[in-house]
Ligand binder design. Sequence first.
Ligand code: ADP
Length: 164
Amino acid sequence: MKKKIGLYPGSFDPITNGHLDIIFRASKIVDKLIIGVAINDKKKHLFSMRERKDLIVNQISLNKKNISNVKVQAFDGLLMTFAEKIKANLIVRGLRAISDFDYEFQMTGMNARLNSQIETVFLMASERHQFISSRFVKEICMLKGDIKSFVPKEVYKKLNNKFK
Ligand code: ADP
């Protein structure tokens, strides 16, 4: 049978426990999972491409769960072009609240028009990670709030260093 290749794209600025949860769960439903770290989106990132990618790679190698089928790759330009290049059969996205839905719905619709062979699947955020977003984690940290329960240890340290 053909191998199922999943692509989990995002900014990961920085990776949070919510992202990690999606990565572990997605890795179980595909043969290979590529985490696609977006280089060129219009957002201004706190962490450089290299930093965002390294943090993800470290978290994957640190983890004791069996996720040897997960790889990390940076990509530039159109998501569907990258998905085609790596021969992905499906795109994985995480869904938190209704507020995610509108954007994801539109993006999935447009992507399906670009390539109808590549399905987008959504994994609901786990209950304990529902409210975690990279954006709020950065804001809370900048205001000297405690973000320990939202991000892995290394990310916690790196974030606090950024706002010293
Ligand atoms: P993007 O700029 O593509 O939204 P993000 O890094 O913010 O990049 O998110 C990447 C994906 O991870 C998105 O599908 C987003 O909905 C999902 N995601 C982010 N945080 C969580 C979380 N706490 N639980 C589940 N999914 C999440």
